[in-house]
Design a protein around this ligand. Structure first.
Ligand code: ADP
Ligand code: MG
Length: 316
């Protein structure tokens, strides 16, 4: 549905994004994850046709964004980092104005706006001036603006930035409710955000894609974090020294367990080395019953740190 080919943007000598290649399938919800300055907004502005690329191109349903700007813009609803709101307009007047800009058929405007106000839950502020709305409501009006014209694709640039925790939860569930009939690309520099709503993640760092996969596969592919979480009955110091002697074990961290007489352990081992049987035998021989043992999955945060770190090392 969306295809970026060798997408590059330079600001003078500064390379903001560098030969990005990716595709986004219909119906997908893709998280565009990267630290501030990574190139997320630049990429989104190019996909939506608001900025031209220095090199490379974007195709939306096979159409080059630069060659067919009008058709492409009709397929895409865009919520930029700063939603283009007019503070002195009422919500309803603003949405009518956007409908006009997007050339929604006159006969459909009233019904369309009513439907969208219901989806994003802003009926109760319809006649208020935008400047008097809370940040959360303003963001919803931004969403409404993106939904007008019923575009198939939604591009959302840091949609929850600056919102409080309650508003964040509301916006997230709004995004989830929209994924039924939309292809959604959402950018964020916040890991839990992407984890909470996205199926696939594209990690961008310093203008380059450093990872692209499902959260699940990313954790599998990067099992540098070969870790076990254990709960063992016995003395912490003795258990720790016994575990450290096992071949392949690289680190042992112990902490107090909620279970009396037991200790909680996080054990790290060399990548691709399964130490579970050795752990069992050593603990059994020492008289320390294992009450619990399970692998620790990499969090998105671990993955992110890992891929951005290796990128820096390559450059250095
Ligand atoms: P992100 O959205 O991931 O935070 P941006 O796409 O906004 O990143 O920015 C990527 C890089 O391009 C940054 O280094 C930023 O400083 C630079 N940049 C963005 N817009 C401009 C501009 N108009 N002029 C010069 N540099 C820019
Ligand atoms: Mg940005």
């Amino acid at each position: 549905m969306i295809r970026a080919e060798n997408l590059t943007k330079r600001y003078g000598r500064h390379v903001a994004i560098d030969r990005l290649n990716f595709t986004i399938e219909k119906g997908e919800i893709l998280g565009f994850l990267g630290p501030n300055g990574a190139g997320k907004s630049t990429t989104m502005n190019i996909i939506t046709g608001y900025l031209s690329a220095t090199d490379g191109r974007v195709l939306v349903d096979g159409l080059d964004v630069l060659e067919h700007p009008q058709e492409v813009k009709q397929k895409i609803g865009y919520l930029p980092e700063l939603p283009p709101l007019y503070p002195d307009m009422t919500v309803i007047d603003y949405l009518k104005f956007v409908a006009e800009l997007k050339r929604v058929a006159r006969a459909d405007v009233t019904r369309d706006i009513a439907r969208i106000m219901d989806v994003v839950q802003i009926e109760d502020v319809a006649r208020r001036l935008i400047k008097n709305l809370s940040k959360g409501y303003r963001q919803r009006v931004g969403f409404a603006q993106a939904l007008i014209g019923n575009p198939e694709i939604l591009i959302l640039d840091e949609p929850t930035i600056g919102l409080d925790p309650k508003q964040i939860i509301e916006i997230r569930s709004l995004i989830k409710s929209l994924r039924q009939d939309h292809t959604i690309v959402l950018s964020s520099h916040i890991l839990p955000e992407v984890n909470a709503v996205c199926e696939r993640v594209l990690i961008i760092n310093r203008g380059k894609i450093v990872a692209s996969d499902t959260v699940e596969n990313l954790s599998k592919g990067l099992t540098g974090g070969n870790r076990l979480s254990l709960r063992i009955d016995g003395s912490a110091s003795k258990i720790e020294s016994a575990l450290k002697k096992i071949d392949g074990v690289t680190a042992v961290d112990t902490s107090a367990s909620p279970e009396k007489g037991a200790v909680d352990v996080i054990l790290e081992a060399d990548a691709n080395r399964d130490v579970r049987r050795d752990v069992f035998n050593v603990m059994s021989n020492g008289g320390y019953p294992i009450l619990l043992m399970r692998p620790v999955d990499l969090t998105l945060e671990d993955i992110f740190l890992q891929v951005t770190k290796s990128e820096t090392e390559v450059e250095a």
